[in-house]
Unconditional design. Structure first.
Length: 139
């Protein structure tokens, strides 16, 4: 599987009576076989306040290198795809529970994950051979 894009952004209100401004969207675009697919993960923005509880990151952006900034929103969809490869066959995922959101980040190898995201942002691609390579295996 080739990862082509990892991005995230805050939603903004389109109408005054909607609640979009309470949510973030994280997107990962990838090539699965010969087909290009995109997974959109919509999650409650409030979870961003707790990133230090389930990641090693203390602030956002989580990484800056060579004028490239990686935000927490940029990695959420990628983490979900790595943790649950079955999501390759879905277009959207909605997460509104903190325990569910936190479970996606358990046992993720964040050092390797940042390498993936930096490569995607610099080269517009990264070959992800096995999602298991990015999950810390407990013995």
């Amino acid at each position: 599987m080739f990862i082509k894009e990892c991005a995230g952004y805050e939603l903004e209100k389109e109408k005054s009576n909607t609640s979009e401004d309470f949510f973030n969207r994280s997107v990962v675009t990838f090539i699965d076989g010969s087909e290009e697919k995109t997974l959109h993960v919509l999650y409650v923005r409030y979870f961003d306040e707790f990133i230090q509880e389930f990641t090693p990151y203390q602030q956002d952006p989580i990484l800056t290198k060579d004028n490239i900034q990686v935000t927490f929103k940029d990695i959420v969809a990628l983490v979900c795809l790595i943790k649950n490869p079955g999501l390759r066959n879905r277009k959207r995922l909605y997460i509104n529970s903190k325990p569910e959101f936190t479970s996606y980040f358990q046992d993720i190898d964040f050092d390797k994950l940042t390498d993936v995201v930096l490569s995607v942002k610099q080269n517009n691609k990264f070959e992800l051979r096995s999602p298991l390579d990015y999950i810390i295996q407990t013995r």
